[in-house]
Design a protein around this ligand. Structure first.
Ligand code: PMP
Length: 360
């Protein structure tokens, strides 16, 4: 068996220890005589798995007690609608910071439910930076301020939590949650799909301050109501039990890496190496403002764009897969989430140098 280095933006690599553990448990979880896949979500075994995952997430992110932690379905895409449905309350407008393709999608969906105010946009520069906070225009009548902490496609990452001028701050943290410490108390709501840093696809974590929920807009389906999920321990309906369990294994692994601070140190090292290799060469380039370069998703171009397809194909031949950029922007992109070993980044850098020698 040979494991490859998978640079996919998500679903992405999982820690090998997690996969091995899942393999060991596959027929009999903890002496229960059954696979987690076969358990009732309301039974005592799965109850213990679910509780442990929530407790570990609370510990890893130091989530204050006044926040609910929900495990939902529908991906981050469902959150693009659930956020306005639940957080608008009596207001008719929400404010969004537009830093790339994912914030754009969040805005487009929100515009079905409310007036979307653009606090700031990086569109004119091709989404290569975060507009300075001093230039944001925040509507004090808006229900909340939304931003995307890491633009997975563009490769732009906030390095700090922005000041929201008193509005509840909402963040799509899908592609950098658990990669660096954050002060959860600064947020009204955080949401993130699991398939980058938390597990396989199929579950979405929502962390929400409990005073913000309980009043949805008219017509909101029950399954889109945060309060209903909170009151039912995220078991309003059958949850994706096996994915929830795998997420728990990833959290357990993360604790063994020294938690979020421990993994952050590894993430900084991996990203610095890769950007340094790109910057040191005229053959490769990354267009992002160095102050906002993503530690998770590193887009890059070749000086001769005609070589990009060859690069991706040859890299795959060396066990370095899924380096093609998102279909909407082209180019190349290396996603180096928590579970990408440093050796994978080293292997990519070595391949890049070799490719440049041969084609440069
Ligand atoms: N937001 C961000 C930042 C993302 O990267 C993604 C997925 N790549 C999404 C939202 C959408 O997530 P999902 O496909 O789980 O709905």
């Amino acid at each position: 068996m040979t494991r490859i280095y998978n640079f996919s933006a998500g679903p992405s690599m999982l820690p090998e220890a997690v996969l091995r553990r899942a393999g060991e448990d596959i027929l009999d979880w903890g002496g229960s005589g059954m696979s987690v896949m076969e358990m009732s979500h309301r039974g005592k075994h799965f109850g213990a798995i679910a509780e442990r995952a929530e407790a570990d997430l609370r510990e890893l992110l130091a989530i204050p007690p006044e926040y609910k932690v929900l495990f939902l379905q529908g991906g981050a895409t469902a959150q693009f609608a659930m956020v306005p449905m639940n957080l608008l309350r009596d207001r008719t407008a929400a404010c969004y910071v537009d830093t790339g393709i994912w914030s754009g999608k969040a805005m487009e969906e929100a515009s079905r439910y409310c007036q979307v105010g653009v606090a700031a946009t990086a569109k004119a520069g091709g989404f290569t930076t975060v507009p300075p906070r001093s230039e944001w225009r925040i509507d004090s009548e808006a229900a909340y301020l939304h931003y995307t902490s890491n633009e997975t496609i563009n490769g732009v990452e906030f390095q700090d939590v922005p000041d929201s001028a008193g509005l509840p701050l909402v963040c799509d943290m899908s592609s950098n949650i658990l990669s660096r410490p954050v002060d959860v108390s600064r947020f009204g709501l955080i949401y993130a799909g699991a398939q980058k840093n938390m597990g396989p696809a199929g579950i979405t974590v929502v962390i929400v301050r409990e005073d913000l929920i309980g009043k949805t807009i008219p017509g909101t389906p029950t399954v889109f109501d945060y309060k209903k999920h909170a009151d039912n321990g995220s078991m309003l309906n059958t949850p994706p039990t096996y994915i929830w369990y795998l997420l728990g294994l990833v959290l357990d692994w993360l604790k063994q890496q020294g938690g979020v601070a421990g993994i952050e140190a590894q993430n900084i090292r991996k990203a610095q190496k890769l950007y340094a290799a790109i910057d040191a060469s005229a053959f490769y380039s990354n267009p992002i403002d160095p102050a906002f370069r993503s530690r998770m998703n590193v887009p890059f171009r070749l000086a001769d764009a005609g070589l990009e397809k060859i690069f991706a194909a040859e890299a795959a031949g060396h066990g370095l897969v899924a380096l093609e950029g998102h279909r909407s922007v082209g180019g190349l992109r290396a996603s180096i989430y928590n579970a990408m070993p440093e050796a994978g980044v080293d292997a990519l850098i070595a391949f890049m140098a070799d490719f440049e020698r041969r084609y440069g």
